[in-house]
Design a protein around this ligand. Structure first.
Ligand code: PGD
Length: 762
């Protein structure tokens, strides 16, 4: 049995050399997840890319705009594929330079540090002359831009979050906006060694902590929390939070000493709360009319929050929406008003139910990683503006106080991500993907993005290559020797880039003269020597490689976020312009954005249950993260397939909404709005608030050939809106959109994404 790490947990496996014969959770994991079974069942699925392919139209007519996603693929040898691709890269760099290459290549790829696909593609493109990159993530688009202005950068907030053990020991009330979803905290970029969500919540309960979850979905928090469920209309959390703040302000419950010492701008915000700006007092009665939550309930919660040790956590999902900055900012403001930031069990957190890497012990070091080199091109886009960029070369847009212009992209290079999973309004993305001269994708699977490429190169899965890895912030570092041979002709991304680099005259620059094995040893030993100099002794490479997992040295087992700032705000100022928490930000105000002004506000989203559009599309679609897979990864795996309804992704509706439409569990339904539609299988469940349809992301996009706005499988991004959260962040807003649902009539169309695309020999 060898140990292996994935983004969703570690497992032990036996293999017959070609496939895994037994998989069981790593013995060190107290709460393992069933997602690990997707790996073995997916490995030799027909949707693995078995050899290199080139889109027929591209092969016949050469680079240029084309019908990507509708064409056949031609199998070619590695030699042919690499020669063709090297020739095209040489042409594009010669004629246009790196400014015409989009290499942002966003995506989670796989666990394993060396073969991390983004590191590989970026290092390679840097050797060629650079690329247009991306900023931020689909996970945290609004947060990453907002938080440095008002509190701290996202890296600090994640790595220096209050540890869960401190919350379990000291919090008396946890108010979780967006819940504490166990399905989300089962995953982490790079891997999770020990799942512990239920564990820390149980301990907190045993220590007398009460949980309140504010979410449209009751099961966004584990049963162990025995939480009180408050379900405002989705998208209205900012109004709910403003009313909590108004109660604290009007009843003298705000901690004025804390506000005076550690924050700036409270007076401006309080004026808005009190009605001084727009004539509207933001009291619970006002909030009730927006959120649907009784005023009395809001008032009681505010008083309770002020009376005990309270921790406020805001999930990442809340900011993945239009005006997503507002509830996040208000989480910070409420915590500041309670005056408990920096105290054990009190204050503000972000994402405790969003990924496993929030609230961990503080690590002294991260595992070794492949250097990416320097990118000579300084142009970038906010990551979720990919379709806008491809559709509007030279077009103007605003971002974080800058007036910017989109580059003119000729070549798109993707390794380790799936924009036809992660982006909004997929039919629009498909139109955008028709524009460049060439699209290159490396992927182990015929992902929807691979199906929209010109050159598709088959990548190995982690179990097919030597690597090592540790999740972000995770204390266990795993050797990951290959467990099987590669499927078909699949190769590691490193091998592909090394071959291309050689053809393009930068072989030595890319490989540094090392094989994979030599890199693994070199990076490890260099890192071990650095740690030794700091007094930490770790096993040598051979001992590490033949062992199970080693524990990384810690800086602190327990940590309280912003405790040093609280203790001495002069010696430990925040890295905000004022050095304090910014309840009013002069910087943001100076940008003049009405969609994100200088202090947090309530703004009515275009698509929420209170908007005029709800007359035609009366259900709020919540497109959250899936329970049976990570994003789109291994959707064809057995655990992911086990919850499909007649092959379609399940959508959950409240019994009242199903009855009003004459729908029954197991029906195939059509979810639609003006942008598009998708099929899904109906699950009726009173764990969703009335007025909500919950369809997780991750079903592989299966566009109807006659109408690509229609997905036959259940990908919610067929109907979501491709717009930025605000001009400040331009973050992804895929979480919420308005839809209607009806029974699908007529024969059920076959799925095509569970088989490879059409191929032809030339
Ligand atoms: P993944 O499915 O993880 O999705 O979007 P992301 O693109 O990260 O894609 C990873 C791809 O990499 C897969 O196709 C996988 O097969 C491939 N891959 C894995 N390992 C390797 C490798 O070693 N080499 C190569 N070449 N390829 C590899 C996720 C994104 O979706 C995120 S992070 C979020 S938070 C967003 N959430 C939402 C949302 O809440 N709502 C909507 N509507 N949309 C969202 N999209 C976003």
């Amino acid at each position: 049995m060898a140990t292996h790490l994935t983004h969703w947990g570690a497992f032990e496996a036996s293999s017959d050399g070609a496939r895994l014969t037994e998989v069981r959770p790593w013995r060190g994991d107290p709460e393992p997840t069933p997602l690990i079974s997707n790996v073995a069942s997916a490995q030799h699925h027909p949707t693995r890319v078995d050899q290199p392919y080139v889109r027929r139209g591209w092969l016949e007519h050469g680079p240029g705009p084309g019908a990507r996603g509708a064409d056949e693929f031609v199998p070619v040898t590695w030699e042919t594929a690499l020669d063709l691709l090297a020739g095209e890269l040489a042409r594009v760099y010669r004629e246009y330079g790196g400014e015409a290459v989009y290499g942002g290549s966003y995506g989670w790829a796989s666990a394993g540090r060396f073969h991390h696909a983004q590191s590989q593609v970026h290092r390679f493109l840097n050797c060629l002359g650079g690329y247009v990159s991306h900023r931020n993530s689909y996970s945290l688009g609004a947060s990453t831009v907002l938080l440095p202005h008002i509190l701290a950068d996202m890296g600090t907030i994640m790595a220096r979050a209050t540890t869960k053990s401190v919350l379990a020991g000291h919090s008396k009330l946890v108010v979780a906006f967006g819940g504490l979803s166990p399905k989300n905290s089962a995953v982490s970029p790079g891997g999770v060694s020990r799942h512990d969500t239920r564990g820390w919540i149980e301990t907190a309960r045993a220590n007398g902590c009460r949980f309140v979850t504010v979410s449209p979905l009751r099961d966004d928090i584990p049963g162990e929390a025995q939480a009180e469920w408050i379900a405002p209309r989705p998208g209205s959390d900012a109004a709910f939070m403003l009313a909590l703040a108004q109660v604290l302000d009007s009843e003298g419950l705000a901690d004025n000493e804390f506000l005076d010492t550690y924050t700036v701008g409270y007076a401006r915000f309080a004026e808005y709360l009190r009605g001084g700006v727009d004539g509207q007092v933001k009291d619970p009665e006002w909030a009730e009319s927006i959120t649907g939550v009784p005023a009395e309930r809001i008032r009681r919660l505010a008083r309770e929050m002020a009376s005990t040790r309270t921790f406020i956590t805001v999930s990442w999902s809340l900011q993945r929406a239009q005006y997503g900055e507002q509830p996040l900012w208000l989480g910070v403001v409420l915590a500041a008003m309670l005056g408990q930031i920096g105290l054990p069990g009190g204050g503000f957190g972000h994402g405790y139910g969003s990924a496993a890497n929030v609230g961990l012990a503080v690590r002294l070091t991260s595992p070794p990683r492949l250097p990416q080199g320097a990118n000579p091109v300084d142009d970038y886009i906010p990551v979720a503006r990919i379709a806008d960029m491809l559709l509007n070369p030279g077009g103007a847009y605003e971002y974080n106080g800058e007036h910017r212009t989109y580059p003119d992209i000729k070549l798109v290079y993707w390794a380790g991500g799936n924009p036809f999973h992660h982006h909004q309004n997929l039919a629009r993305l498909r139109t955008a993907f028709a524009r460049p001269d060439t699209v290159v994708v490396h992927d182990p699977f015929w992902s929807a993005t691979a199906r929209h490429a010109d050159i598709v190169l088959p990548a190995t899965m982690t179990i097919e290559r030597d690597d090592y890895g540790a999740g972000e912030g995770d204390r266990f570092f795993f050797p990951m020797p290959a467990l099987t041979t590669p499927h078909g002709q699949a190769r590691d991304d490193y091998w592909m880039f090394a071959e291309l680099a050689e053809r393009l005259g930068v072989g030595k620059e890319f490989t540094g003269g090392r094989t994979t094995g030599e890199w693994l040893r070199y990076l490890y030993e260099e890192w071990r020597t650095r740690l030794l100099a700091k007094g930490h002794t770790l096993p040598d490479f051979d001992a590490f490689w033949s062992g199970e997992a080693i524990e990384l040295p810690l800086e602190a087992e327990e940590h309280i976020a912003f405790a040093d700032f609280r203790a001495d705000p002069v010696s430990h100022p925040l890295h905000t312009p004022s050095g304090r928490i910014e309840i009013f930000s002069e910087t943001i105000a100076s940008f003049g954005y009405d969609d994100c002004p200088g202090h947090p506000v309530w703004r009515e989203p275009d698509e929420w249950l209170g908007s005029p559009l709800a007359a035609r599309f009366p259900l709020q679609l919540v497109a959250n993260q899936p329970r049976t897979k990570l994003h789109s990864q291994l959707d064809i795996g057995d655990h992911s397939q086990s919850t499909k309804i007649r092959g379609r992704e399940p959508v959950r509706l409240h019994p009242e909404d199903a009855a009003a439409r004459g729908l029954a569990t197991g029906d195939i339904v059509r979810i639609y709005n003006d942008r598009g539609s998708c099929l899904a299988g109906l699950a009726i469940d009173d764990a969703v608030r009335p007025g909500i349809a919950q369809l997780s992301t991750g079903a592989w996009y299966d566009p109807d050939p006659a109408d690509p706005t229609h997905c036959r499988h259940g990908n919610p991004n067929a109907v979501t809106n491709d717009r930025g959260a605000s001009r400040l962040s331009q973050g992804c807003t895929g979480q919420l959109s308005l839809v209607e649902i009806e029974r699908h009539t007529g024969p059920l169309p076959d799925l095509t994404v569970t088989a490879p695309p059409r191929t032809t020999e030339l």
